[in-house]
Design a protein around this ligand. Structure first.
Ligand code: FES
Ligand code: FES
Length: 213
């Protein structure tokens, strides 16, 4: 688990336990089936089909983040979270567990909440990525951000960007959601400070508001 800070972290773990062939097999099957192969992922799959591969060095990719098109170079194995934080200096999504359990890294991918630590940057090519920075500013917060402030639903605040992003994505897609449904939708986000009482008030306000986020 990483510590509570925003300093760039190396995205080069020492050991990779999954064989590249096994990874590409699984990766190809899953992404082709859903029809969501990004341009770089298609290049990767095409190279793999010929018995080759892209990488392990960096390859150029294009990400659309918060409405802006950004060019960057990453190794094909780099997660979206590391690409955002370490290459694009977008540090709203936090790296806490780095294994898909805490939700601190939540971003919206084509409007759907997703763990950016569990998605490759190359998979995100061609899709609209929204981070908490794209939801509002301190001067112009969205309704979820305002509700978090109003109900004091944070302590250290490290989990907050993930909660705000997940809640925004869910309420946008489900404007008539009940308090229970909103709470359930936030089940993939954990707060180590235990500010759930405040978040319950946020959920109650959002349920009453019915959309407009
Ligand atoms: S960092 Fe915990 S789910 Fe991504
Ligand atoms: S982890 Fe500290 S406010 Fe949630």
């Amino acid at each position: 688990m990483s510590s509570h800070h925003d300093a760039p972290e190396p995205d080069t773990p020492d050991v990779i336990n999954v064989s590249r062939r096994g990874f590409l097999k699984g990766f190809g099957a899953g992404t082709v089936a859903t029809g969501l192969l990004s341009p770089a992922a298609m290049r990767e799959a095409a190279a793999a089909a010929k018995g080759g591969w892209l990488g392990p060095g960096e390859i150029p990719i294009t990400l659309k983040v918060n409405g802006t098109t950004r060019q960057l170079k990453v190794e094909p194995r780099v997660t979206l979270l590391d690409a955002l934080r370490n290459r694009l200096d977008i540090t709203g999504p936090k790296k806490v567990c780095d294994r898909g359990t805490c939700g601190a890294c939540t971003v919206l991918v084509d409007g759907q909440p997703a763990y950016s630590c569990s998605m490759l940057a190359i998979e995100a090519e061609g899709r609209a990525i929204t981070t908490v920075e794209g939801l509002g500013t301190p001067d112009k917060m969205n309704a979820v951000q305002k509700a978090f402030v109003k109900h004091d639903a944070q302590q250290c605040g490290f989990c907050t960007p993930g909660f705000v992003t997940a809640a925004t994505g869910f309420v946008r897609n489900n404007p008539n959601a009940s308090v229970d449904e909103i709470c359930q939708a936030l089940g993939g986000n954990l707060c180590r400070c235990g500010t759930y009482a405040g978040m319950l008030l946020v959920a109650a306000e959002l349920a009453q508001k019915k959309g407009g986020v």
